[in-house]
Design a protein around this ligand. Structure first.
Ligand code: UT7
Length: 332
């Protein structure tokens, strides 16, 4: 019997309608379009404005988009993994609610949190379940309502993040397509530089933590930038070397969209032509767990069966990694 590999067989996505442009941000904090564009590559981001909707709304929409596009019966899904740093509630996994709402009535479900690497780690988890032969359909959703944890008076963070969701279905493949190799890493040194200081067991919520704005994202951008550039470039080069891939062999770089300059540094280390580097940061900003599946959905029409995709991510924690995957289908 041929070896089982785990392939992506369908993708879907959703972003809210409301557009927050750099021009509008200029009226909210001391910043300007030129600074944001040249330092990050971001022009606008989407915001989920409805006060009564959380991350589950984004995730459900993305999953429904995938189900509808691919004609998948949700009752056949075995597992729903939701990669997110902004669950609806601290307790009661959002994935469980999402699975029920989309009709995945035979699935089990749980959330997975590794900051901006959540979706990449979720891909690895999904692939392991499929390769073992234990499950046949694993839905990985990356969704974040970043606007719920951003201080819109802090110019260091509010210009960066946006809301969105994307989803990918993993199924067994017998042609050797799908996930080929991965290198996943983490380093606890990162927790001081990118975090939400309060609301967890270390510093539970109190009037004081609210007054001190400790429930919002804090980022020491300069330090995170340095680690992101060196680690993401290193790991992407490593996965190419380990698999004897040259720049000609790689068709697409699917990189976390945190900063255009970080993506450029990674692709230049890989010696990739810019036509192979997928970018949509200008439209959505950094959507944390949603950046990779949003790229897959936006560029799905360009992928050909057998294409070599290199995924790369870096996020809080720190967490980072790279995945080498062979694309499994031509879009009809
Ligand atoms: O997704 C998870 C991982 N996260 C990342 O990978 C993000 C990594 N970090 C970054 O992308 C960048 O560090 C930022 C985009 C956050 C900041 O860019 P930077 O080039 O590192 O800027 P900086 O923090 O060094 O600030 C440069 C200057 C400072 O002024 P002085 O001290 O040189 O006078 C800042 O006060 O720019 C100023 N500044 C701004 N100016 C206009 C900081 N934020 C802004 C702003 N608008 N929004």
């Amino acid at each position: 019997m041929s070896k089982i590999t785990a392939a992506i067989t369908a993708v879907g996505a959703y972003v809210p309608d409301f557009v927050l442009s750099n021009k509008v941000l200029e009226t909210m904090v001391d910043t300007n379009d030129e600074w944001i564009t040249s330092r990050t590559g971001i022009k606008e981001r989407r915001i989920l404005k409805d006060k009564d909707k959380g991350t589950s709304y984004l995730a459900i929409k993305a999953a429904e988009n995938l189900l509808q596009k691919s004609g998948t019966n949700p009752a056949e899904i075995d597992l729903v993994l939701l990669a997110t740093v902004t669950p609806d509630l601290p307790v009661a996994a959002t994935a469980v609610y999402v699975a029920t709402q989309i009709g995945a009535v035979n699935a089990f479900a749980y959330d997975l949190q590794a900051a901006c690497s959540s979706f990449l780690y979720g891909m690895s988890t999904a692939a392991a379940y499929i390769e073992s032969g234990r499950y046949k359909k694993v839905l990985v959703i990356g969704a974040d309502k970043m606007s719920s944890i951003i201080d819109y008076t802090d110019r260091a963070t509010c210009i960066i993040f946006g809301d969105g969701a994307g989803a990918a279905l993993f199924e067994p493949n017998h042609e050797g397509l799908g996930l080929q190799d991965e290198i996943l890493r983490s380093d606890g040194i990162g927790r001081e530089f990118l975090k939400i200081p309060a609301g967890g067991s270390l510093l539970p919520p109190s009037h004081e933590t609210v007054d001190n704005k400790q429930h919002y994202v804090f980022q020491d951008g300069k330090t995170v930038f340095k680690y992101a550039v060196s680690n993401m470039a290193d790991i992407s080069e490593q996965i190419m070397q380990r698999n004897n891939l040259t720049n000609d062999d790689v068709n697409w770089l699917v990189s976390h969209q945190a900063n255009k300059r970080i993506i450029d540094a990674t692709s230049s280390r890989m010696k990739l032509d810019e036509s192979k580097v997928l970018i949509n940061i200008e439209k959505y900003g950094n959507t944390t767990s949603a950046t990779l599946p949003l790229l897959l959905n936006d560029f799905e029409h360009q992928f050909k069966k057998g294409d070599t995709l290199i995924f790369a991510s870096f996020g809080g924690g720190f967490t980072w990694g790279s995945i080498y995957l062979k694309w499994a289908y031509d879009k009809k």
